[in-house]
Design a protein around this ligand. Structure first.
Ligand SMILES: CC(=O)N[C@H]1[C@@H](OP(=O)(O)OP(=O)(O)OC[C@H]2O[C@@H](n3ccc(=O)[nH]c3=O)[C@H](O)[C@@H]2O)O[C@H](CO)[C@@H](O)[C@@H]1O
Ligand SMILES: C=C(OP(=O)(O)O)C(=O)O
Length: 416
């Protein structure tokens, strides 16, 4: 399954570049099926999730041409409304096929999706939205089927600002008859990127980026060219790589507006962060102050940066606390960090982190961001760290070992 071998304690220096956002690329790739002509997508990261979603839409009849970071998607020969179950189980975002094919053909079927095992991941809000739009929804033995002769706009209030539910409902509503309002909608930048893509394709969407999104359904959408926004979680991970090693890295291709919650915490910790139009420079050359962090929906501190932040907080002067409010089981990295000497105690949704020296160990990536946190801890640790189960990491980071090596890290990937 592959491993990363890391020898720590090198202060990282230089420049690296962040790719396009996984969580924007995935719904955008799925939504390209709504058009009646080819879309050309740029800055698509080369990730396992992207490859598997492309295989799903190819199996449904789409023509996909992939070259470096560009994908061309011709949806005119799509003949199937069902996502291959084995592939759909490998990633979370496969459930966007439901919203897309419901909007396009009035019928969609897929198995419950995969993705990181970070807690209970229900899709009740997605299904509630589809029902409100007039769809007949069935969930039987883990297979979801949605059908509608005629989708009709509706007022939908989300009990929680779910990213996936906001996206799926927005996609379905973009082709429904009349107006849809989504209240308590999620505000993540990836949702804004998708809405921008859909709008250029011909959709009528207003209010995205706020908690009230208004959509007026349209009959037709056409293929367009679109560049995916930079990945704020990949950016944040490399910003922490600089800070945790006492390094000085310029992380290129970052929209600093999207990493504000991390920048604010870094300032509190005494880390130098210089924002630039092209990216962000992160420099740490002294003691790091402890801070408390609470994960929240955007624009709060992202849960997808929680484990990486925890690795950093092991290297501060005093005790810190992290409260995880989004996922109830997103502390699986804690036991692995403890193997490296970290002093962390979990109490319900909180983790108390005491500072201490990290030492290399054999550890296992239990999910995508847990894997990233272990790599970061390995960069700071004394001696050799071996991170296994790296297929999780490859779902969300393109060539992480090459990018980190380019700024002076001793890290190599051993493939099976
Ligand atoms: C592919 C993708 O974009 N993944 C991201 C997306 O996941 P995802 O879209 O799955 O996350 P959601 O925002 O939907 O989930 C957030 C919370 O809402 C709850 N919930 C969600 C849907 C639902 O129908 N019912 C319900 O109760 C979840 O259990 C969780 O507690 O946003 C998460 C929160 O920022 C990130 O961690 C993931 O990286
Ligand atoms: C949890 C994540 O992804 P997914 O929702 O695809 O499992 C993530 O990107 O951190």
């Amino acid at each position: 399954m592959g491993k990363y071998l890391i020898r720590g304690e090198n202060a990282l220096q230089g420049e690296l570049k962040v790719g396009g956002a996984k969580n924007a690329a995935l719904p955008i790739i799925a939504s390209a099926l709504l058009a009646d002509s080819t879309s050309v997508l740029e800055d698509i990261p080369r990730l396992r999730d992207v490859t598997n979603l492309c295989r799903i839409i190819e199996d449904m009849g789409a023509e996909v041409e992939r070259k470096e970071h560009q994908i061309k998607i011709n949806p005119t020969k799509v003949y199937k409304s069902e996502a291959d179950h084995d592939l759909a189980r490998t990633l979370r975002a496969s459930y966007y096929i439901l919203g897309v094919m419901l909007a396009k053909e009035g019928h969609a079927r897929t198995t419950l999706p995969g993705g990181c095992n970070i807690g209970n991941r229900p899709i009740d809000l997605h299904l509630k939205g589809f029902r409100a739009l007039g769809a007949d929804v069935r969930l039987d033995h883990g297979v979801v089927e949605v059908k509608a002769d005629n989708l009709k706009g509706a007022d939908i209030y989300l009990d929680y600002p779910s990213v996936g539910a906001t996206i799926n409902i927005m996609i379905a509503a973009s082709r429904a008859e009349g107006k849809t309002t989504i209240e308590n909608a999620a505000r993540e930048p990836e949702i804004v990127d998708l809405a921008n893509f859909l709008t250029v394709m011909g959709a009528n969407i207003k209010g995205v980026g706020t908690d009230v999104i208004k959509i007026e359904g349209v009959d037709k959408m056409h293929g367009v060219e679109h560049r995916i926004i930079p990945d704020r979680i990949e950016a944040g991970t490399y910003m922490i790589a600089s800070a945790i090693t006492g390094g000085d890295i310029f992380v290129r291709n970052v929209l600093t507006e999207h990493v504000k919650p991390l920048i604010a915490k870094m300032h509190e910790m005494g880390i130098i962060v210089e924002e630039d139009i092209a990216g962000v420079r992160v420099k740490a050359n002294g003691d790091l102050r402890s801070v408390d962090v609470k994960t929240l929906p955007y624009p709060g501190f992202p849960t997808d940066m929680q484990s990486q932040m925890m690795a950093l907080l092991t290297q501060t002067d005093e005790t810190s606390m992290i409260i995880e409010t989004v996922w109830e089981n997103r502390f699986m990295h804690v036991d692995e960090l403890k193997r490296m000497g970290a002093k962390i105690k979990i109490d319900g949704h909180s983790a108390i982190i005491k500072p201490g020296r990290l030492t290399g160990a054999e550890v296992k990536a239990t999910d995508l961001r847990a894997g990233a946190a272990l790599i970061l801890a390995g960069l700071a640790a004394e001696g050799k760290t071996e991170v296994s189960n790296i297929y999780h990491v490859e779902r969300g980071y393109e060539n992480i070992e090459k990018k980190l090596s380019s700024v002076g890290a001793e890290i190599k990937k051993i493939s099976d």
